[in-house]
Design a protein around this ligand. Structure first.
Ligand code: PHE
Length: 477
């Protein structure tokens, strides 16, 4: 049986377009909102090192494998896996990998949209100069209280969160309905460089704060004690969270990168394109950390401030720096755009599958998926206010204080994505024909690069993911 030559959904106009789209998927709230907040919670340096190791040893090889599956299958993840399992003469059950990805995508989008809504909400706030007040406050405590209270006003109000969530979703639906080559390619082309420049300016501001070096030390001084004993007792959770973040930040394990790979022109090098995406993504996360932590320490705040960290910290900078309102507005606009270019990749696998069934137009498929994710999003909206005291799994000590939002975030990023990546690695490295894999990579199975990659996928990924899971459930403690 032969595999399809092209996808019915269209194709990227060039290799660069794929790099931009995949970078658009990878770079988002994961880098700027999530990376600093969890790095803060798990104590800094050691967490960062584990994260970087996961990116290099697991993330990069799995991303190549995921792109390869898409490029070979040329369809939605569900159908690509069906076609490729058939080609490799394996069970049809491999389709389940595509299904699991669709579910993970919905769940992630459901909370992603709320956090992106925060970014939208901060645009008018910063633009109107709300945070210039910090210059009139005399102590860092007053500053912290002020920005904390403004964040509290927002998340404490379910209707406001719902309104921004709805706005974010409507635009997401409009973009996805436009298809592969529509607005997306064009938007990402200038957005990424612009975001990068704004981040560099902010690093400049961070360097001017009194505790810049404290921030740098926090991020790069490796102290494994802090990672394994976050609250005095041994816990393997930090390593699991670092690995989950590597998958989340690179958009791996749920089919987003696979479906983008399906739109890749036939002769585009997988190794080069994915390396470019991984480097850009990692660099942006590190920059975000270099901005946040110096401001945290310079204002006498705690790095483990939770999911609101970035939204409490950056307004201080925008209140204080010259042209802060302009920079801040630009920053939150770009952050929202980066979130959109990620959000669209979260529902594209489901939309592509619905279109392939032949029963839905792209528009109706997109609206259906968007509305479903919007509804699930209510759970996250309420987790910050009327349900903030609801901890559904409080009978398990590990999940004691976790809200619905915390649980959805935990389940998807720390469990579903790494599991998806594990199965992708197993399928590509153990079950597909070497000849086919080598052909898609345009490489020889004898070359050093190929053998290294295969080794990482065959042994390092399964062992790594397996050990981290066992460690997290306490097997080694
Ligand atoms: N990588 C995106 C980010 O860092 C989130 C994402 C995860 C997107 C999984 C698609 C799939 O913001």
């Amino acid at each position: 049986m032969s595999t399809p030559e092209t996808s019915i959904h269209g194709e990227w106009s060039s290799r660069l377009a794929f790099i931009l789209a995949a970078t658009g998927s990878a770079v988002g709230l994961g880098n700027i909102w999530r990376f600093p907040y969890i790095t803060g919670e798990y104590g800094g340096g050691a967490f960062v090192i584990v994260y970087l190791l996961c990116i290099a040893l697991i993330g990069l090889p799995v991303m190549m494998a995921e792109v390869l599956l898409g490029k070979r299958g040329r369809s939605s993840p569900i159908n690509s896996m069906r076609i490729l399992a058939q080609e490799a003469k394996r069970t049809r059950w491999w389709q389940a990998l595509g299904w699991a990805g669709v579910v993970a995508g919905f769940l992630i989008l459901s909370f992603y949209s709320i956090i992106a809504g925060w970014a939208l909400a901060y645009i008018p706030r910063v633009a109107s100069g709300m945070f210039t007040v910090v210059n009139d406050l005399s102590t860092t405590k007053e500053v912290a209280d002020f920005v904390g209270a403004r964040f509290g006003d927002l998340v404490g109000d379910p209707l406001r969160l719902l309104a921004w969530h709805t706005a974010f979703m409507i635009v997401t639906i409009t973009m996805v309905a436009g298809g592969v080559q529509g607005g997306l390619e064009r938007a990402v082309r200038w957005m990424m460089p612009a975001l990068f420049i704004v981040l560099l300016v902010l690093v400049g501001y961070a360097m001017s704060t009194p505790k810049f070096m404290d921030g740098v030390h926090f991020m790069f001084d490796v102290d494994f004690h802090k990672l394994f004993y976050p609250k005095g007792e041994f816990s393997g959770e930090g390593v699991l969270v670092a690995m989950g973040q590597a998958f989340f930040s690179l958009s791996l394990g749920m089919g987003a990168i696979m479906v983008y790979g399906a739109y890749l022109p036939k002769h585009a090098s997988i190794a080069q394109t994915t390396t470019a995406v991984v480097v850009a993504d990692t660099f942006i996360a590190i920059l975000a950390g270099l901005i946040i932590f110096p401001i945290v320490f310079s204002n006498g705040l705690e790095p483990g401030g939770g999911a609101g960290l970035v939204f409490k910290i950056l307004p201080i900078a925008f209140g204080q720096m010259p042209f802060g309102s302009v920079m801040g507005t630009l920053f939150f606009v770009l952050l929202a755009l980066a979130a959109w270019s990620s959000a669209i990749s979260l529902i594209e696998p489901a939309v592509a599958w619905l279109v392939e069934t032949g029963k839905f137009s792209r528009l109706s498929a997109t609206i259906g998926c968007g509305v479903a994710a919007w509804l699930v999003g209510f759970a996250t909206v309420f987790s910050f206010n009327i349900w903030s005291g609801v901890h559904p799994l409080s009978m398990f000590s590990a999940f004691k204080d976790k809200t619905l939002f915390n649980l959805i975030e935990y389940l998807t990023t720390n469990i579903m994505l790494p599991l998806g990546g594990l199965f992708i690695a197993i399928f590509v490295a153990w079950l597909m024909k070497r000849q086919i894999v080598a052909e898609e990579l345009e490489s020889s199975p004898e070359s050093f690069g190929y053998r290294l990659w295969q080794f990482l996928l065959r042994y390092v990924t399964p062992l790594g993911v397996g050990l981290v899971f066992l460690n997290a459930i306490g097997v080694f403690s």
